[in-house]
Design a protein around this ligand. Structure first.
Ligand code: PEP
Ligand code: MN
Length: 339
């Protein structure tokens, strides 16, 4: 059962409802959104009419009986859709499509700054760059760690772009949150529950990637772990799933976009770089993602892909990224949105 409180409900009123929820035998989990607070009531609600009792309390707007196992992520909880603010003024899930771009890994101060300037010029609204890298082989470049975070934050500051970077373990959450505007959970960690729980307790947005073998329900339940700990700012990212096809690195599940849009109020972005694994397929998948209703894109860009320390084959050169952005604007317009 989800109790939705009226916009601008006062703290003492929220407390009053929370107490009543406890009295009725439920465990209340509060989620404070930008406009409203909702209380997720965990407990057995079968055969009772507790929803009516709660609905009668003054600051309660409505009580929702959510049938899905993901209660807070369910579209029922917020039919108009959630907008997640990243940095000072970038909104994901609003009218504007947000493109996040940058290299797979931060490699040096000069590298990240040069790419940041170029992607900004082409119209990207946020900068990505990995410092803690989840590499398949232990001998591959593992990222620059804290030094990489510092370089990324500096490039972000210089260009005014909010920065997105991955966090792999619960112990690193605090450090990464000190530098990043958005913390990314990579595909391989989508069901790292201790990490998700920790991210539920911070006040920065989380970009949650779908795993290689994650069903949509499992994906939404992973998001629920973050929401249920109190962090309402979750952005979902479809980045391709593993199928029998080997011509591309993964298979971009385009249909996941409308399915997610129906099932959840959380914003959905698409990463065509990791989905396809080859830069030449990236632009067409960017256009397809926007046509399918995505709220944004996450694209890998590198000035010198041949020498990139990770994911060079799927990275667009800045010139190619610029052309993609120019073409993208037509698709964005066709969907009635803005870039
Ligand atoms: C990345 O964004 O660089 C990354 C490792 O992505 P994924 O977790 O989707 O493989
Ligand atoms: Mn990568």
């Amino acid at each position: 059962m989800i109790v939705v409180l009226k916009e601008g409900a006062k703290e003492e009123d929220i407390e009053k409802v929370k107490k009543k929820v406890e009295e009725l035998g439920y465990q209340p989990h509060l989620l404070r959104g930008v406009l409203r607070t909702v209380i997720n009531c965990i407990g057995d609600e079968r055969g009772k009419e507790d929803n009516k009792i709660l609905e009668a309390i003054e600051p309660v707007e409505k009580v929702l009986m959510v049938l899905e196992p993901y209660k807070l992520a369910s579209r029922t909880t917020n039919p108009e859709g959630t907008r997640v603010q990243i940095g000072k003024d970038v909104i994901i899930g609003g009218e504007k499509i947000v493109v996040i771009a940058g290299p797979c890994s931060v490699e040096s101060k000069e590298q990240i700054l040069e790419i940041a300037e170029k992607v900004k010029e082409a119209g990207a609204r946020a900068l990505r760059g990995g410092a803690f890298k989840p590499r398949t082989a232990p001998y591959s470049f593992q990222g620059l760690g804290k030094k990489g975070l510092e370089m990324l934050a500096e490039a972000g500051k210089k260009t005014g772009l909010p920065v997105v970077t991955e966090v792999m373990s619960p112990e690193d959450v605090k450090t990464v949150a000190d530098y990043a505007d958005v913390l990314q959970v990579g595909a391989r960690n989508v069901q790292n529950f201790p990490l998700l729980k920790k991210l539920g307790k911070i006040n920065k947005p989380v970009l949650l990637k779908r795993g290689l073998m994650t069903t949509i329900e499992e994906f939404l339940l992973a998001a629920e772990y973050i929401l249920s700990e109190g962090n309402p700012n979750v952005i979902l990212c479809e980045r391709g799933i593993r199928t029998f096809e080997t011509a591309t690195r993964n298979t971009l599940d385009i249909s996941a976009i409308p399915v997610l849009k129906k099932k959840t109020h959380l914003p959905v972005i698409v990463d065509p770089s990791h989905a396809t694994g080859y830069w030449e397929y990236v632009p067409s998948m960017c256009y397809a993602a926007i046509a399918a209703g995505a709220d944004g894109l996450l694209v890998e860009v590198h000035s010198n892909p041949e020498e990139a320390l990770s994911d060079g084959t799927q990275s667009l050169k800045p010139e190619k990224f610029k052309i993609m952005m120019e073409n993208l604007s037509k698709f964005v317009r066709a969907t009635g949105r803005k870039l």
